[in-house]
Design a protein around this ligand. Structure first.
Ligand SMILES: [Zn+2]
Ligand SMILES: [Zn+2]
Ligand SMILES: [Zn+2]
Length: 138
């Protein structure tokens, strides 16, 4: 993706521009799937882990990416920069985990059903659907 576009996205989310942020953002935009911290470490060996984790934290705080619950032991993140900003960073879309390729994707057009439990205050609801993804099915 063009450098100017990447810089524009960082600015929109009130983030200072650094090489690491530009590289990680580009990687997220090019990927069709959620990205794990392990994949980021493999991809960006030139940055130390602290820098990478700080970048991830700044992205999750500012509404560029969101964490996705996963049982693999490695946190995964999906892109949401088009719908979120530092002040409003909520979404209710479903996630899909493929049992064949192991990838997780955001399904922005599919929403988690609303649940209300008397006496409880619900902060957020997560839904992961397991199955076989579109590309493995074709
Ligand atoms: Zn978000
Ligand atoms: Zn798959
Ligand atoms: Zn998502």
């Amino acid at each position: 993706m063009e450098l100017n576009v990447l810089k524009g996205i960082l600015k929109q989310h009130d983030l200072r521009i650094t090489d690491c942020r530009l590289d990680v953002l580009d990687f997220f935009i090019q990927s069709e799937h959620a990205i794990s911290t392990r994949a980021l470490e493999t991809q960006f060996g030139q940055y130390d882990r602290v820098t990478l984790y700080r970048t991830i934290n700044s992205f999750t705080d500012s509404g560029i990416i969101h964490s996705i619950p996963d049982d693999s032991g490695f946190a995964r993140y999906g892109l949401c920069h088009e719908t979120c900003n530092p002040k409003d960073h909520t979404h209710d879309h479903v996630h899909f985990k493929c049992i064949r390729c192991g990838q997780i994707e955001c399904l922005p057009d599919h929403h988690v059903p609303t649940v209300s439990i008397p006496g409880y205050t619900i902060r957020n609801t997560e839904l992961i659907i397991n199955g076989i993804c579109k590309s493995c099915n074709s």
